[in-house]
Design a protein around this ligand. Structure first.
Ligand code: XMP
Length: 305
């Protein structure tokens, strides 16, 4: 474990030295990594930092409001309403990596505009150690590692938590006084709910994934998972009243992990699983069944795409 106080001191001093009098920008995702990087950078350089949050429309329930609240102390915070542009760009896209690519490109377009607008010379990123390892190993393209630095000609990239693991970042978050909804927040992928929808992203599937993920997070929180969520897989037959219906199949996933590189499916109590099932099918008439994913990583990945 690290000496958190010493780390915060060193990290802020380094940021101050690197950025000097210039302007910097950071993409806030709502997750603990970028939140800690932003809080450290804001401590170091104040309003020379512009934190930008892009609402992709692929976020969880209440996420944008949460960000607005948590970072309201940063006067320079910008919230970009880009929901329609992201969902529009994803129309007809079914291949998983193509989806990531479309989202990454759109994100860069949104961010590039903000970076030019703020005259930012430096890019601050919340990249943590496992992100770098998975990207170097080419296991999956994570758009929070590549892309952004190439899009705008930054003078430098500042990654204050690049050597840290997630549990260490959480400790730093607590020490920085970030609320527990941030410091204990489950990891959430950059491409958001799009990688929890198998196949094309549509407004209807997004609504199912968003509502169901909210139920799962709520029910499973006390079991302290690394990540718990719902994914929309496809359609299957069910019965509603006297009729057969063709509704969505929702998969529930809850895993334990230290760094996301490997993971174990969590053994949840039957009552919890049944409550999740009943809340999900009760909230959304278009869901015909709920299944529990018992696969570890490997062989599965944590997300569905
Ligand atoms: P997988 O699904 O590869 O996920 O087992 C490992 C961890 O990484 C997160 N993840 C992503 N994060 N961009 C991100 O920023 C991505 O494209 C991405 N894909 C997966 C995932 O939520 C898990 O914590």
């Amino acid at each position: 474990m690290i000496d958190v106080e010493a780390f915060i001191k060193e990290a802020t001093a380094e940021i101050r030295q690197e950025v000097g009098d210039a302007n910097a920008i950071i993409a806030l995702s709502g997750g603990v990594d970028s939140s800690v990087a932003a809080a450290l950078a804001y401590r170091a350089i104040g309003d020379q930092l512009t934190p930008v949050y892009v609402d992709t429309g692929l976020m969880r329930k209440g996420e944008t409001e949460q960000i607005r609240e948590t970072f309201s102390y940063m006067d320079s915070l910008r919230i970009v309403e880009a929901q329609d542009r992201f969902v529009g760009a994803l129309e007809g896209v079914t291949d998983p990596e193509e989806k990531r690519h479309v989202i990454g490109e759109q994100f860069i377009r949104e961010f590039e505009r903000e970076a030019r607008d703020t005259d930012a010379d430096y890019l601050v990123q919340g990249t943590i150690y496992p992100d770098r390892i998975e990207s170097e190993g080419n296991i999956k393209s994570h758009h929070n590692v590549g892309g952004l630095p190439d899009a705008v000609d930054f003078e430098g990239i500042v990654e204050p938590v690049r050597e840290r693991y997630k549990d260490e970042v959480r400790e730093v978050a607590r020490e920085l006084g970030l609320e527990s909804v941030v410091s204990e927040r489950m990891p959430f992928p950059g491409p958001g709910l799009a990688v929890r929808i198998v196949g094309e992203v549509t407004a209807e599937k997004l609504e199912v994934a968003r509502d169901a993920t909210h139920v799962v997070e709520d029910e499973v929180a006390k079991h302290d998972p690394w990540q718990a969520f719902a994914a929309v897989l496809g359609k299957a037959t069910g019965v509603k009243g006297d009729n057969r219906v063709h509704g969505w199949v929702v998969a529930v996933r809850s895993v334990e992990s230290r760094d996301g590189m490997t993971a174990r499916a969590q053994e949840l109590p039957w009552e919890t699983l049944q409550r999740i099932q009943s809340r999900i099918t009760g909230t959304n008439d278009n869901v015909s069944r709920v299944v529990y994913d018992v696969t570890h990583k490997p062989p599965a990945t944590i997300e569905y795409e």
